[in-house]
Design a protein around this ligand. Sequence first.
Ligand code: CUA
Length: 339
Amino acid sequence: MTKAAGRIAGAVLLAFILSGCSGVQSALDPKGPAAGELARLIWFFTVLCTIIWVLVMGVVAGILLRRRQRRLHDPLRVDQDEERTISRVVISAVGATALVLVGLTLLSFFANRTLAGIGEDAVLTIRLTGHQWWWEVRYENAEPNRILTTANEIHIPAGEAVRLLLESDDVIHSFWVPSLHGKLDLVPGMVNTLTLRADRPGIYRGQCAEFCGAQHAHMATLVVAQPRAEFDAWYDEQLKSAVEPSSEEQRTGRDTFLNGPCVMCHRIQGTPAGAITGPDLTHVASRQTIAAGTLRFSRGNLAAWIADPQGIKPGSKMPVMDLDGDQLNAIVAYLESLK
Ligand code: CUA
């Protein structure tokens, strides 16, 4: 029974791997030119190394079987013919190994060159700053009133190259959206450049790939690739100031927010809240997740997060606040209206 279950699990795992782990974040499920180049490299290395491994194991097995069949002879007697054959085999094997290694190195080199060439026509520059433990996303623009700051969710136009300037303001993080590109570190004090391009519209999950502290695992990001018109509409919407509260509860929520410690860290454009230590909340309700992918955006999760951030993401910079039930509900109602 357990043997059968093991076989089934193995078959499912194999099917999952061969299908490119489609549907989850996976380097084997490329959706952009850079990831495609890397996936080709991964498969070529894997297939070639598997063939070599099978060949080597076959030769080892063959030798072991031959040795067992042969009679033991005087170990001091040297068979010149056999010695020559062994020398030839060893030299050929060393030559083949060197050739394979040089070949694979050249392949990696040319793949890197191809990656560097992608996106010289980038249409957009996004400054992505890593924080413990969230992503600050700032769309640069020559016109200062078109500069846009958001968090954790990176919207890009599908089919167009976007330049990312990677920075960090605390420790080393690593930006990795496996379906679109390989990893690149965000290092304090320097700027690394990476070009993203998604061939088709879709949502691609990414994850910080460099251990950066207690909540490293809760530092996810979503790249949302949209058709150009949809992206432009999103951009214009995000540039607007936050909507005014439309109910009494939302008004109470805004006042509680503005008179509480929330304003020490967060910004809501169009209100006096202008701090940039934490994520910009001007359009927080338009995002799919909260706390950098830790929870899906919903009224319940938002309330849970504000009530007990240290229970949900221990060590995060979001403090536990002294709010009664009504205040909590009011803040949630207000934030939920910030589409
Ligand atoms: Cu940021 Cu790991």
